[in-house]
Design a protein around this ligand. Structure first.
Ligand code: GCU
Length: 671
């Protein structure tokens, strides 16, 4: 028995599809090379079909491409990646045909068939008339914030399964992990924390090459590219130099030599992720250079190896004075990166967090989306629930990601949503995609709360197909991992789907964010960050609350294209859910909902707690109807969630009652 759950790859026996004769015969066809990925695709298909249907299919492989080994590494553009990963499934003469221009496409086809069977859909009906699938995004990436000592920054599911005591561990779980994420369409993975310190700085030295090469091979066998987070100041920290100035010839020469070594030793390596000039990490600003100078220097050298540099836009002043109302952290991304739009070289991708702050339960969309027009862009979201319940509170994030993707930026007349931009379509970008800070660890169930697995599963599914609906994805997750009993499926859907809205209700109101316990970020502390240096303020006093980010305040609202800028700039037009992000308003201000700000705060907090109680009660009805281990795990989390929700509700309501002196219209108990 493994020491990890098999989640959606459990391949337990299914009752349907048993009489589908087509499932006995498969053909893989197309212009692909028969390689390790095809071998793995065959293995997976046999394992899955045998497990679920108790039959052993025959598989014919008819790849027609020439073996490209020996060819020079080429920088393949995003649209080419997406083209090659496209696949079709059809049923011909009682056999199932999966065809693609790449072995990865074939593998995705296999996982699609297996998912269809696992969800107990009729394979024949699904594919009778043939279907083609093309990934919405070229890069679909997971970012691990795993440290080499085994800890995980913002990890809520145990320790790292990549590292123990500064060594890389490769075992059965590693291979299972590759299968798990490939099965939902992930094609890229960064295996170390963006804060590259201590041992991690030595990843690009011979101390780790052998293991990294091995790991890279495992991932490559599932169509997953390996990426490393890089210490921008490697020249100093491991090179013994006294500079990391991107325009310094000695610095460039060091990187040239280093990259030649790294790419020779880790042939599958696809590139690097860099957090520079952020939260104490070194960067080009130290030398009076721009972010583009830093990114381009590395990218120019990496290009020779067909590699890319993913450069994060999370650059802001984290040593602010809370008394200073002019400096606005929300502005920083745009202010630091917009002026160089067009200057970033073609193998640089800017990785942009969904909001201008930091993964709050509600934020506006970063104005860099729709601002940048001549730069490769990638969206960064966080499925590690740092600010959204830490895998204690249930918070299904896919509805939030759908909102983000659907946001209209007005960068162009058509095809201007965030989804369009990151697909590469809007600006015909060379590279683009989506990354999630992942939520996995070595806990038995991978994600701490079993239901948080829906975010890992869902992120991959959504990254591959941004058109999928949250409910569809939730249903697949439940059917594949928990139960195919319709009433169980519906009950769990009724828990997952509203869970983000519930979490938002009992935590920070109207887009203001924060109010969390400093450092740990779990639990309520309304003033926790109010008099601190991080630029995360609510500015509440006895009359009102919110941050003035209008033209009369910090001017952040004007970073958006019209009409978004005018909408956000006006307290009358701004949507309620973001109104305190953009405006400082009196407690008596009347929202679109017809409620005052203060009454809204009271109402949503009481409702949020009550609704959390109802979610927990729904879960209780599943006792004996789902696996005991899963039942107990989620029940235990719900107990902690309810405690947390009660604290948030009572603390937020008491805080604002005491500040404002305004009674709750409904006379409920406030302390
Ligand atoms: C957040 C998080 C940090 C992380 C940072 C980042 O601020 O709390 O732990 O390092 O984001 O995205 O780099």
């Amino acid at each position: 028995m493994e020491n990890y759950a098999k989640l959606w790859l459990n391949y337990s026996e299914k009752k349907n599809n048993k009489d589908c004769s087509a499932l006995k015969q498969f053909v893989f066809s197309g212009a692909f090379t028969s390689d390790k990925i095809i071998e793995n695709a065959k293995k997976e298909l046999l394992l899955g079909i045998k497990g679920m249907l108790r039959i052993e299919p025959e598989i014919a492989v008819e790849g027609t491409a020439v073996d490209p080994s020996g060819l020079k590494r080429e920088l393949t553009s995003g649209s080419k990646i997406a083209d090659s990963e496209e696949y079709s499934i059809s049923i011909n003469n009682e056999s199932i045909n999966i065809s693609s221009g790449s072995s990865t496409g074939i593998l995705y086809g296999v996982f699609n068939i297996l998912r269809t069977i696992a969800c107990e859909k009729d394979v024949k009906k699904e594919f009778e008339s043939g279907k083609t699938f093309r990934p919405s995004n070229p890069l679909r990436m997971l970012n691990h914030w795993d440290n080499m000592d085994g800890s995980i920054e913002r990890g809520y599911s145990g320790k790292s399964f990549f590292y123990v005591n500064n060594e890389i561990v490769i075992d059965e779980r590693t291979v299972f992990y590759a299968r798990l994420i490939a099965s939902v369409g992930i094609n890229a993975v960064v295996i170390n924390n963006v804060n590259v310190k201590q041992a991690a700085s030595y990843m690009i030295t011979d101390r780790y090459f052998e293991k990294l090469a091995e790991l890279g091979e495992i991932f490559a066998g599932y169509g997953i590219g390996l990426y490393l987070s890089l210490n921008y100041a490697s020249t100093i920290e491991i090179g013994g130099m006294d500079s990391a100035d991107p325009l310094n010839e000695g610095v460039k020469a060091w990187w040239k030599e280093k990259m030649a070594e790294v790419f020779a030793k880790i042939p599958t390596l696809k590139g690097f992720l860099v957090k520079a000039d952020s939260e104490g990490r070194p960067g080009p600003f130290t030398y009076g250079r721009t972010q583009a100078d830093g990114a381009n220097m590395l990218a120019d050298i990496a290009k020779e190896y067909g590699a890319i540099i993913i450069w994060r836009c999370f650059v802001y002043n984290c040593r602010q004075d809370w008394r200073d109302k002019k400096t606005d952290r929300a502005r920083a991304g745009y202010d630091n990166f917009m002026p160089m739009d067009g200057d970033y070289h073609d193998n640089v991708i800017l990785q942009i967090k969904n909001g201008p702050m930091d993964f709050q339960i509600r934020e506006p969309i970063s104005p860099l989306f729709g601002g940048l027009k001549a730069t490769n862009q990638m969206l960064e979201v966080q499925i590690a629930q740092e600010y959204t319940g830490q895998q204690i509170d249930v918070c299904y994030l896919i509805p939030m990601f759908k909102e983000i993707l659907g946001f209209k930026t007005y960068a162009k007349d058509t095809d201007d949503t965030v989804a369009d931009i990151i697909s590469g379509k809007t600006f015909n970008s060379r590279f683009s995609g989506i990354a999630a800070v992942t939520n996995t660890g070595n806990d038995f169930n991978w994600t701490g709360n079993y239901l948080a697995g829906a975010n890992l599963f869902g992120f991959g599914r959504l990254a591959f197909d941004t058109g999928l609906e949250s409910a569809e994805i939730a249903e697949e997750f439940i059917r594949m991992t928990i139960s195919s009993d319709d009433s169980v499926v519906n009950t769990i859907k009724e828990i997952l789907l509203p869970s983000r809205a519930v979490y938002e209700k009992y935590t920070c109101p109207l887009g203001i964010g924060w109010m969390v316990t400093p450092a740990t970020h779990y639990g309520c502390s309304v003033d926790g960050y109010e008099y601190d240096r991080w630029g995360t303020y609510h500015r509440a006093d006895h009359l009102g609350i919110g941050v003035d980010r209008t033209d009369k305040g910090t001017g952040y609202a004007l970073q958006y294209n019209e009409p978004n800028a005018s909408i956000y700039n006006s307290p009358e037009k701004c949507p309620d859910e973001l109104v305190l992000f953009f405006h400082h308003l009196p407690y008596t201000h009347v929202l679109h909902s017809g409620k005052t700000v203060i009454q809204h705060i009271y109402d949503v907090h009481f409702e949020g707690y009550d609704e959390a109680v109802k979610l927990a009660q729904k879960w209780d009805t599943l006792k004996g109807r789902v696996d005991d281990g899963i039942f107990e795990n989620v029940s235990e989390r719900f107990k902690r969630q309810l405690f947390n929700a009660k604290e948030w509700c009572d603390q937020v309501n008491s805080y604002f009652y005491r500040k404002s002196g305004i009674e709750d219209e409904k006379g409920r108990e406030i302390f």
